[in-house]
Design a protein around this ligand. Structure first.
Ligand code: AMP
Ligand code: MG
Length: 346
């Protein structure tokens, strides 16, 4: 299969119309959203959705998010729209918040991976909205990476994983948020299954108390049931070992400097993913400053890109843990999974 690439700005009309036709014909289109690039198919066509799983090598039991272009579209996808969902949609849609509720009969089993619920989101990105509108159907889309790899935040990342496996890539430049949407289930007590750009604090300001699934920051225990099937699977892994240090910034820097020395002595190539605050701690070492500890959104934006940049180029990626407040929770959730929960503490 030949993968066509369109520039979402200079070839806006052409690109969107062509991609929309591909979606309607059952094909696959990667497109930018404000979070990461999505790999889209007609969300009401079970066979088209099957192709997403094939292209990504995604485990069959991991359900997909349906992307809509207007709030009222959820009515056809859910049994009914709960009041909390209405309030949250008014506050945060379009934006990086995915809501889960009981699905209607028009949602194919392939989308929900057999669950009685379906996840829905209205993205904020202009190209994503234009594509969904032109296609005239909800678009089922997971992140546009090979399953298990870091999510793509540029069209180049998508091409690395998907060239020859999908029909079209719409190139809309780098994604501004850089980590996937917050996933909140509204079945039972509202619970965050995956943290993202819309934080627990922001959700609680609208609907009151919100739980965070315990598996957000630790591996599932033996025999523990996954609230979200995605929690079971290896995620975001580059072709290098990832190790995270936690503690105060000064302690983190000293742990990482020591680890760097040990790894290098064993002949392993290393990089430190540093921050503005610790920049001067890694003199003479291979160091990539990826953001500001005081502003975790900057770290979220760069994390996946940095993991891909060093994938296959070093043996060990040494990363700094940060505080798990605000978007720090989303950052630590992705980083700990990329590291397979390998943490260094003093
Ligand atoms: P991705 O498609 O890579 O953005 O991942 C979507 C995430 O949402 C995965 O972790 C899924 O397991 C989760 N998810 C999607 N639909 C549901 C659902 N109906 N119930 C629980 N989790 C879901
Ligand atoms: Mg993904």
């Amino acid at each position: 299969m030949h993968t066509e690439i369109f520039n979402a700005k200079t070839q806006k009309e052409n690109g969107t119309n062509y991609a929309a036709r591909v979606i309607r014909a059952g094909g696959l289109v990667a497109f930018p959203t404000e979070t990461v690039y999505g790999l889209g198919a007609n969300g009401l066509d079970g066979e088209a959705v099957e192709r997403i799983f094939e292209a990504k090598g995604r485990p069959q039991d991991n359900p997909l998010i349906l992307h809509v272009a207007k709030k009222s579209d959820v009515k056809q996808l859910w049994r009914h729209v709960p009041d909390d969902a209405k309030r949250l949609m008014d506050a945060f849609w379009p934006g990086p918040l995915t809501l889960i509720f009981l699905r209607s009969d028009i949602v194919p089993d392939e989308v929900a991976a057999g669950l009685p619920t379906v996840a829905v989101r209205m993205p904020e990105h202009k190209t994503a909205l234009a594509l969904i509108r032109a296609a005239g159907v909800p678009i089922a889309a997971p992140s546009a990476n090979l399953s298990g790899r870091p999510s793509p935040t540029t069209a180049q990342h998508v091409l690395e994983d998907m060239d020859g496996r999908i029909d079209v890539i719409l190139d809309g430049g780098p994604c501004p948020v850089g980590v996937e949407s917050t996933v909140l289930t509204l079945v039972g007590k509202p619970t965050i299954l995956r943290p993202g750009g819309i934080t627990r604090e922001m959700l609680e300001a609208i609907i009151g108390e919100v739980d965070v699934s315990p598996a957000v920051l630790r591996p599932l225990e033996e025999g523990e049931e996954a609230a979200s099937p995605g929690m079971k699977h290896r995620h975001y892994a580059p072709d290098a070992e990832v190790v995270v240090a936690v503690g105060t910034p000064r302690r983190i820097a000293s742990i990482l400097c020591r680890e760097y020395e040990i790894e290098e002595a064993m002949g392993r190539r290393c990089v430190v993913l540093g921050t503005e605050q610790t920049r001067t701690c890694y003199n003479g070492m291979n160091c990539d400053i990826i953001g500001d500890r005081e502003d975790p959104a900057t770290l979220c934006r760069e994390l996946f890109s940095a993991l891909r940049r060093w994938s296959g180029k070093v043996d060990v990626i040494l990363a700094e843990g940060i505080s798990e407040t605000d978007s720090g929770l989303a950052y630590m959730n992705r980083l700990l999974r990329a590291a397979g929960f390998s943490v260094l503490e003093k």
